[in-house]
Design a protein around this ligand. Structure first.
Ligand code: FES
Length: 379
């Protein structure tokens, strides 16, 4: 027997899309021309509220990552029909819109191969692995000397040659990657692991950094110039995209970076080394990294130095700086070795890392993995 429920005056549903809730059941009332329909208000992908999306032609577009469902039939867009959300029968009676709370069609899910980054994190046996991340921004067609990258190269070659580590270099300037588009600002659960952008845009190349950070490296050696008292803009562009790693701690109690050590090389013409280092330390600490004793080396010419050509000369000629870079990576590799030996880092932490409290979500309160899916369906 249908379970008809009165949603109210039909004139309330003049917009193409109206979210409604009946108890725990989340629905989206759709209007395509003169036709009214009701589909589930919960997206198949990560549980977004479909009623808060938008109508594009005859398809409801999910407000989080853009999956589409037919506004009247519930099926996914052409090519993805198997990804369907439930539909509900409707009728108008005496100017009121009635909906059958029992779905007329079921929720079905198409097959989606998980993104390679989503695989289980398992450190393959082998020596300590160091990834060097160069965040300096240069014109590839007109290469010139970068003090931060030069010291990074010294450190990596020492790690490979003298310390027996495996090394890999990632130059952010050589990668094409999008800026963070703030999925977290839509909802904590809209910021997914792997990153929403990485999953949606195969041309985005930040997957190489995620791969190195989460699956490959034990040591992250991040080199940055100082730009107006801060780390480079490419560093921040990368850091914003790392929210998906930190957010797993918050929403899923899952620590993706275990037994990882971060250390930094900071160079600049003028000053603010400690502020740059402070920000970087805090950020990588929030991701779950550990630090060696004395976790950065830095060089700056001081506030009044404008003779930057001399700065390059100085760095090129400074054996002390090169030694500093070598000793930094040695401390980091040593720390990583100790961590790997003792397996001390936690896989999970007590609720949300430093925040230590339950995450309050608008729909349902809890934030366990997968809880959003199908949430609010009848029964
Ligand atoms: S597309 Fe709907 S939650 Fe991701």
């Amino acid at each position: 027997m249908p379970r008809w429920h009165d949603l109210g005056d039909v004139d309330r549903f003049k917009a193409p899309l109206t979210p409604v809730e009946v108890g725990k059941l989340r629905l989206a009332v759709t209007r395509v021309g003169e036709k009214l329909g009701v589909i589930s208000g919960v997206c198949n992908h990560a549980g977004a509220p479909l009623g808060e999306g938008r109508l594009e032609g005859e398809y409801v577009v999910c407000p989080w990552h853009g999956w589409k469902y037919h506004a009247l039939g519930g099926q996914g867009e052409p090519g993805y029909e198997a990804d369907a959300v439930p539909t509900h029968a409707v009728r108008v009676e005496g100017g009121r819109l009635l909906v059958d709370l029992d779905p007329a069609t079921p929720r079905t899910r198409g097959k989606h191969e998980p993104h390679p980054l989503a695989r289980r994190i398992e450190r393959a046996p082998g020596p300590v692995r160091v990834v060097g991340i160069s965040t300096t921004s240069m014109d590839a067609a007109n290469p010139r000397y970068s003090t931060s990258e030069a010291l990074l190269e010294v450190a990596l070659s020492h790690a490979a040659g003298e310390l027996g580590a495996e090394t890999r270099t990632v130059r952010l300037a050589a990668l094409r990657f999008r800026a963070c588009e703030g999925y977290y600002s839509k909802s904590a659960r809209a910021c997914t692991w792997p990153c929403s952008i990485t999953q949606m845009d195969p041309a985005d190349e930040l997957d190489r950094v995620y791969e190195a950070f989460v699956h490959w490296a034990d040591v992250f050696l991040v080199a940055t110039p100082i730009r107006w008292g801060a780390a480079s803009s490419l560093y921040y562009k990368m850091a914003e995209r790392m929210n998906c790693i930190q957010n797993q701690i918050t929403i899923a109690n899952r620590v993706l970076l275990r037994n990882k050590v971060a250390a930094f090389i900071i160079t600049g013409g003028q000053d603010n080394v400690q502020a740059v280092a402070g920000q970087m330390l805090t950020f990588f600490g929030e991701l779950g990294c550990q630090f060696p004793q004395f976790p950065f080396v830095a060089h700056s010419r001081g506030w009044s130095a404008e003779d930057m050509e001399r700065n390059i000369e100085y760095v090129m000629g400074s054996e002390e700086l090169r030694d500093g870079a070598r000793m930094l990576v040695a401390r980091a590799v040593h720390s990583a070795g100790l961590l790997l030996e003792h397996e001390r880092a936690p896989e999970a932490v007590a609720r949300g890392g430093r925040k230590a409290h339950h995450l309050v979500l608008r729909h349902g309160g809890g934030a366990e993995p997968g809880r959003g899916e199908g949430e609010g369906e009848p029964g």
